[in-house]
Write a protein that binds this ligand. Structure first.
Ligand SMILES: Nc1ncnc2c1ncn2[C@@H]1O[C@H](COP(=O)(O)OP(=O)(O)OP(=O)(O)O)[C@@H](O)[C@H]1O
Length: 224
């Protein structure tokens, strides 16, 4: 379970998240809101990429202020632009990178890489230069790089923005099939339309917290 208590984030004394208290236990949580409303900052708090100026952020047994490293293994983060996430020049090297840091046996590393490549139709690209993959394949590789680490939660920060419709649909299906708890920040309202819960951010606060059927029309009205 994710639990934030009185969380505030300030940059140069400008309040970007304003006294947020919320508990999240659903399997699919969507985060929407205007540009600059604090969505990414909120998402980044959940795996310790961003620290709170005040308040507490707890995810299961971890306190974000003290368990940063453990939290980053527990909560995976998929960035909007896969080029920011793909580090190594060859597909399988990129996937092996994080696994090596877990000090797993080589056979286990190979097994996890095989499984994940097969799952996303990337098996034949195992030895392929990462930067020569298509945009959609890169996003799937970035998701794979997070999934091989077997996190309990996965956060997606605008995962479909750079994709054409075919690849957007692929990524939507890939997310739908995940066993993990998923938190998705998106301007793509269809992507979160069948989620369990939607938070609408406005000026650093959660303005609406409801089902997508209720939250999305309220958001459209707010933006009109
Ligand atoms: N590291 C930082 N230093 C200073 N200001 C920041 C930093 N990160 C975010 N901000 C500011 O905080 C505010 C909220 O940013 P955030 O990225 O959380 O918004 P967002 O809702 O995700 O927006 P978008 O939809 O445009 O991605 C913005 O005004 C942004 O400029």
């Amino acid at each position: 379970m994710i639990s934030l208590e009185n969380v505030t984030v300030e940059f140069d004394q400008r309040r970007v998240l304003d006294d947020i208290s919320v508990t999240l236990a659903e399997k699919r949580i969507g985060i929407i809101g205007a540009n600059g409303s604090g969505k990414s900052t909120f998402a980044r708090l959940l795996n310790g990429l961003q620290t709170a100026t005040s308040g507490t952020v707890r995810i299961d047994d971890f306190d974000a202020a003290h368990d940063g490293r453990k939290l980053r293994r527990h909560v995976g983060f998929v960035f909007q632009n896969p080029d920011n996430q793909i580090v190594y020049p060859v597909v399988e090297e990129d996937l092996a990178f994080g696994l090596k840091s877990l000090k797993l046996p080589k056979a286990e590393i190979d097994r996890r890489i095989d499984d994940i490549l097969a799952r996303y139709g990337l098996f034949e690209y195992r030895s392929h230069p990462s930067h020569l993959l298509s945009g959609g394949q890169k996003q799937l590789l970035a998701i794979s790089g997070v999934l091989v680490m077997a996190p309990r939660y996965i956060i997606f920060d605008e995962p479909t923005t750079l994709l054409d419709l075919r690849n957007r649909n692929r990524v939507e299906r890939a997310i739908a099939e995940l066993d993990q708890t998923v938190i998705t920040v998106s301007h793509d309202l269809d992507l979160i339309a069948d989620y369990d819960r939607v938070l609408v951010f406005e000026n650093g606060k959660i303005a609406v917290d409801d089902t997508p059927a209720n939250a999305i029309p309220k958001y459209r009205k707010m933006m009109a």
